[in-house]
Design a protein around this ligand. Structure first.
Ligand code: MG
Length: 486
């Protein structure tokens, strides 16, 4: 037998036919066992709370009286905290500004213990709220709040038809709230529960959009002056509509709706390299530049844009291909060396497997609530680690502060973190709705050190500004009125 003492943990290693005992005499969780007569292996196991656990072999009857006496005095191993049940699940929809945010609140059988998770699908917020409030309480109430993976699978498979953005966002809210609960129970910020820090804070990019190359360069310089090292540059809103200011023929013809947007794809494709050139000349080589094609170009044009901007060494080009054009990946990668971020419109972790294992892109661009929350995002991030693919989670203003904080907790942990989308930041008004918002300083995002995700929601205030059905409209047309798929 060999005895090893490490702090307050004592481990006895015996010969293979004897016993392996763990003892933690200082634990305040474990209760001292009642004295019992040890007549055999079964009694000893029962006394130690180990049942028929496979870690115990041999027979106590074979032991020396001295050792049997030690066993008798041993405390049983910890069984952890007492179980808690889910007692309620509800969605909270709020519109602090011009975007609907949805948060799911999960309450538990432990008084005062609850969790929050982001379920924001701005474009269909009311559908998510309805799905959560109508289906999740019956499904979840009474279940163990600790078994996150199991709860995730129950919610995911119970509808049989699955994998859509509405249900996935609802599941994300549930899932992330359970992670919040678990970290609160552990009395530690979520990043500690996930493994601890790999960096002191999370580097962010901000936005330097504008309507001309010179205006964009000006905005990039301002962002640099504010401490950002990474800036996303865009010509016109969302990748180019209106970049040339032309009036589309479909409007003159009365086709579509007046609110439908116009995009002149060729004009946009020609404008982007010019924007990079002007920004580099004005702002230098050090700043990292990002651009989002937003899946708005034909695949071959997207390749040509990437080739044209190679000389300006972008940090990455985002979403050059729509999900319907993923069969272009191989040709795309063989055609340009520009780093690519991809996956914003993917719904399921399985969609990442083939392109990541074939190194089709360099940054994981994923709306985490779209794929079901932290539980799934962790799997994708870990997969990326094996292929040198970094995270760049989708995190614009239509991710709630609860969601942003959850992203930041993961980003603090993962060695293959790339960049956090921090544009917009968190205004004083937003912080009123969501006390505990992360903070951005010198281009870095910091989470607070409160147990859990660290962000709350002011439900009283939120009830005065409920979510609406005024979600984003993604109807973009060519000059003749043909729809362009993002
Ligand atoms: Mg994007």
């Amino acid at each position: 037998m060999v005895g090893i003492t490490c702090l307050n943990i004592k481990v006895y290693l015996l010969s293979p036919d004897k016993m392996l005992i763990f003892n933690n005499p200082k634990s305040n969780i474990m209760k001292k066992p009642e004295k019992q007569n040890i007549t055999g292996r079964r009694d000893a196991l029962k006394m130690m709370g180990l049942g028929s656990a496979g870690i115990v072999t041999g027979n106590l009857a074979d032991m020396s009286p001295a050792w049997a006496n030690k066993v008798e005095k041993m405390t049983p191993p910890s069984k952890g905290l007492p179980p808690i049940k889910i007692t309620n699940v509800k969605a909270i929809g709020v519109r602090p500004g011009n975007i609907d945010l949805v948060v799911v609140k999960v309450e538990t059988s432990e008084p005062g213990l609850y969790g929050l998770g982001c379920a924001t699908f701005n474009q269909r917020a009311l559908a998510v709220i309805e799905a959560v409030n109508k289906y999740l309480p019956d499904l979840c109430i009474g279940r163990d709040a600790e078994n996150i993976e199991d709860m995730w699978r129950v919610a995911y498979y119970s509808s049989y038809w699955r994998n859509g953005p509405v249900l996935n966002n609802g599941i994300s809210g549930l899932c992330d709230a359970l992670w919040d609960i678990k970290a609160k129970r552990a009395n530690m910020p979520l990043y500690q529960l996930l493994g601890g820090k790999s960096r002191f804070a999370v580097d962010c990019y901000t936005s330097g959009d504008g309507q001309s190359p010179e205006a964009i360069a000006e905005n990039v310089q301002k962002a640099m002056d504010d401490g950002f090292r990474h800036v996303r540059i865009g010509a016109g809103r969302y990748g180019g509509p209106g970049v040339l200011g032309a009036n589309p023929d479909f409007r003159d013809a009365g086709y579509g709706m007046p609110t439908d947007r116009f995009m002149f794809q060729r004009g946009y494709a020609l404008a982007i390299p010019k924007v990079f050139e002007v920004v580099r000349k004005r702002c230098g080589d050090e700043v990292e530049l990002i651009h989002d094609i937003h899946e708005l170009l034909e695949p071959r044009d997207a390749i040509n844009v990437c080739r044209a901007v190679e000389q300006f060494h972008p940090y990455f080009i985002e979403d050059p291909l729509s999900p319907e054009n993923t069969h272009w990946w191989k040709l795309f990668r063989e055609s340009t060396s520009v780093p690519i971020a991809m996956g914003e419109l993917f719904n399921n972790v399985n969609e990442y497997l083939e392109p990541m294992s074939n190194r089709r892109f360099d940054y994981i661009r994923c709306h985490v609530s779209q794929i079901g929350g932290i539980t799934q995002a962790m799997k994708i991030a870990h997969l990326g680690e094996w292929f040198n693919i970094k995270t760049a989670w989708h995190g614009p203003t239509d991710t709630s502060p609860v969601g942003h904080a959850a992203l930041a907790h993961m980003e603090l942990v993962h060695p293959n973190f790339g960049i956090h989308e921090g544009r917009g930041g968190f205004s004083d008004r937003l912080s009123e709705f969501f006390p505990g918002c992360p903070t951005i300083k010198n281009g870095y995002m910091y989470v607070n050190e409160a147990p859990g995700v660290g962000v709350e929601i002011n439900e009283k205030l939120a009830s005065k500004y409920p979510a609406t059905n005024d979600g984003g409209r993604w109807t973009t047309r060519k000059r003749d009125g043909t729809i362009i798929s993002p």
